[in-house]
Design a protein around this ligand. Sequence first.
Ligand SMILES: Nc1ncnc2c1ncn2[C@@H]1O[C@H](COP(=O)(O)OP(=O)(O)OP(=O)(O)O)[C@@H](O)[C@H]1O
Length: 247
Amino acid sequence: MLHFHNLTLGYARHPVVHHLHGQVPAGSLLAVIGPNGGGKSTLLKGILGQLPPLEGRIELHIPRNRIGYLPQQSRIDRQFPVTVREVVAMGLWQHCGLFGRLAHAQRHKIEGALERVGLAGMADASLDALSGGQLQRALFARLSLQDAPLMLLDEPFSAIDTQTSEDLLALLREWQAAGKTLIAVLHDMHQVSRHFPQAMLLARDVIAWGATDAVVTEANLNRARGLPTAPNPDARECHRTTPEHTS
Ligand SMILES: Nc1ncnc2c1ncn2[C@@H]1O[C@H](COP(=O)(O)OP(=O)(O)OP(=O)(O)O)[C@@H](O)[C@H]1O
C-alpha cells in the first residue's frame, strides 16, 4: 500500500523524520508512537503530500485523493456554523461535490453512518453543540463515508472518554477486517498494545517498527525518550541511510 524509500521529511531544510525505509502492507493496522516532537504528524503530512520530501520518496499504491484523514481535534474549527449532517456529508464530496444538494440516497447514507457511530438523530445539531466525544464520532462517520482504502488518524482518542474510544476502536477493527489500511498516531501505550498488531516507534529516527509486543518495550521507550526531538538549527545535511523494513 505504502513504501518509504530513504524518506527524509522536514521544514526549511531541517530534517524531522530521518531516512525512513520500509513498507506498510495493505490491510495493516499500524500505530505510530513516540515522544512529543518526534515527527509523527510530520510523517502523516508527508504521506498526505502536504510536505514534499527533503530526500527520498514515498511510493503510494493509490491516488493521493483516495487517502482518508482524521486531523487532530484541536485543528477543527468548532465555531464554524455547520450542522453534523453537513460535516459528515463532506465524506461524500467525491460523489456529490462539496456544495451539491444531497440526493435522498446520500442523506440515507449519512443517517446510516451517524447511527453506526452512535449519533442517530443528531444530523441537525450544530457542530458547536457537540461534546468532544460526539464530535469525534461525527468525524469517524465522515471518514466511513469516504470509504478510503488508506486512512490516517492523528491522535483519534486524545481527550475522548473510554466508551467513545472503545466504540471507535471497534470501528477501526471493522474497517481493517474489510481490507482497509489504517495508520494512527497514538499516545496511550495500553491502547496500542491491546488493539494495534503493528507499531512504529518514531523519535525522528525509527527506534523500532514491527509487531507491537516487540516495539513497545521499556528499553525501546527509554531509548526514544532519551533522543533529542527539538530542531537543531545547526544540523548539517546527512547522507546516512538505514536498512529496509517490512512491517
Ligand atoms: N510547520 C512547521 N514548521 C516548522 N517546524 C515544524 C512545523 N510543524 C512541526 N514542526 C516541528 O517538527 C518537529 C516534529 O513535529 P511533529 O508535529 O511532527 O511531532 P509529533 O511527533 O507529531 O509531536 P506531538 O506528539 O507533540 O504531536 C517539532 O520539532 C516541531 O516543532
